[in-house]
Design a protein around this ligand. Structure first.
Ligand code: CA
Length: 228
């Protein structure tokens, strides 16, 4: 598994690199945002660990620009304690998870493993449906590709995972807590608002009328379901 670490605190780069290597990861690092972006855009990685505050290009901009290029590598963002972080903005731009510094190494490793285990690439190698169509949308789960009206739709890794879970379990109502548990894989996310943000973005990208969704439906007082 190849991990790209973009972080300007040299001490943290050394500590994280050592630990990730000892866990069996192949680690590449960059200490400014521009180099980090160029590496992430030019080589395949299984996971990006992105500091938010970086010289030359910040973590939000890196994430947004990668998603715009169609690069769906899972992103774990790091933020320093005391920095104001706009989680909703970050999630909109395509980050998959956050960790606030200082953090315990064990917590970072847990997040890394959760993101890797549940990435579309590794999930698609397992069982389940390969393709699915609804409305004008068709999804190739093996290739993690979504097409609407013949145009490719860019989804973040977490948007894709959420969509896949809803489709594989369509017709059933899922509470926000259940979705956090099933899709994000642990309960470290402080708020079920995360689920709402991802649902809203899926509707924006996939529904003909996001305000009156035909497929990704709200069940008031209960949660969400994908129409059977
Ligand atoms: Ca920094």
């Amino acid at each position: 598994m190849k991990v790209l670490l973009v972080e300007d605190e040299e001490g943290l780069v050394l500590t994280l690199t050592d630990r990730l290597i000892s866990e069996g990861f192949n680690v590449t690092s960059a200490t400014d945002g521009r180099d980090g972006f160029e590496l992430a855009a030019s080589q395949p990685f299984d996971l990006l660990i992105l500091d938010v505050m970086l010289p030359k290009k910040n973590g939000y901009d890196i994430c947004r620009d990668l998603r715009q290029k169609g690069i769906a590598t899972p992103v774990l963002m790091l933020t320093a304690k005391g920095e104001t972080i706009d989680k909703v903005l970050g999630l909109k731009l395509g980050a998959d998870d956050y960790l606030t510094k200082p953090f315990e190494m064990i917590e970072l490793l847990a997040r890394v493993e959760a993101l890797l285990r549940r990435s579309p690439v590794s999930r698609a190698n397992g069982q389940g449906t390969d393709t699915f169509k609804f409305g004008e949308v068709s999804i190739d789960f093996k290739r993690a590709e979504v097409v609407k009206n013949n145009d490719t739709v860019e989804l973040s890794a977490m948007e894709f995972k959420l969509l896949q879970f809803l489709i594989e379990n369509r017709g059933h109502v899922h509470s926000r807590d259940h979705l956090l548990d099933e899709v994000w894989g642990y309960d470290a996310m402080p708020s079920t608002r995360t689920v709402d943000v991802h649902i809203a973005w899926l509707r924006q990208k996939l529904e003909d009328n996001p305000k009156h969704p035909s497929f990704i439906q709200t069940v008031h007082g209960m949660g969400y379901k994908f129409a059977a």
